[in-house]
Design a protein around this ligand. Structure first.
Ligand code: PGA
Length: 250
């Protein structure tokens, strides 16, 4: 059985020193019997200091975004080769904050994912509906629309690099959590949709959106849930490692 995966999304929090300290605390609290895979996404400026703390551990680190070109006149962006140089093994793309606050579209998100695949970076590809879309009964349609460009560019040999994160926009940072039924349905729809096009895909679908130690046990045990993408709860070693422990006990 595939191990569960917990990806800490630190967003634009913690400077390099605080990130290194958190990474160190997390590593000391993760005991050898914990089976969960653990990935961390510090801010770009903290990648090097976090890398130093994670050396020799099984915890991996990656970035919160990536540009689709390898280099060029793209002020403020960062490329896959630059992230690889720092030892990143994965990137998050299409987080709803990127889509809503920074103008990422379904197409640019797909191009970012394509660049990551081209450079053998794992991709945590985020999808999720707004409350209005859910209330209008459009959830599955929105998920398919967000997945479609990915489906068009994905190649068979890249399947192992793909992880999906289902993050209902209305559950991110709000303390409002999707119900078990809503999570199950969305995860199964995502699995169905991807395997309709790529029968061999066996990747994980993570749940994100107000994940916390008091709600994660129920979520991570659901059929089709491969782990979690916590934001707020990943910023303290205590709550983050609790999530990692919970995922290990499923
Ligand atoms: P949250 O964030 O856990 O703070 O809701 C999750 C995310 O945005 O990935």
């Amino acid at each position: 059985m595939t191990r569960k995966l917990v990806v800490g999304n630190w967003k634009m929090n913690l400077d390099a020193r605080a990130s290194a300290a958190l990474a160190r605390e997390i590593c000391t609290k993760i005991t050898p019997e914990i089976k969960t895979e653990v990935w961390l996404t510090p801010s770009f400026t903290a990648l090097t200091s976090v890398a130093a703390e994670l050396q020799g551990t099984a915890v991996r680190y990656g970035a919160q975004n990536v540009h689709w070109e390898d280099k060029g006149a793209y002020t403020g962006e960062i490329s896959a080769p630059m992230l690889k140089e720092l030892g990143c093994t994965f990137v998050i793309v299409g987080h709803s904050e990127r889509r809503t606050l920074f103008g990422d579209t379904t197409e640019t998100v797909a191009k970012r994912a394509a660049a990551a695949f081209r450079h053998q970076l794992n991709v945590v590809f985020c999808v999720g509906e707004t409350l209005e879309q859910r209330n209008n009964g459009q959830t599955n349609q929105v998920l398919e629309q967000q997945l479609n460009p990915l489906i068009s560019l994905l190649q068979d040999h890249q399947l192992d690099l793909l992880t999906i994160a289902y993050e209902p926009v209305w559950a991110i940072g709000t303390g409002v959590i999707a119900s078990a039924e809503q999570i199950s349905e969305a995860h199964q729809a995502i699995h169905r949709y991807i395997t309709k096009h790529f029968a061999k895909w066996t990747g994980r679908v993570l749940y994100g959106g107000s994940v916390a130690p008091d709600n994660f046990a129920e979520i991570v045990a659901l059929n089709g849930v491969g782990g979690g993408l916590p934001g707020g709860a990943s910023l303290k070693s205590q709550s983050f490692v609790e999530l990692v422990q919970i995922a290990s006990e499923v």
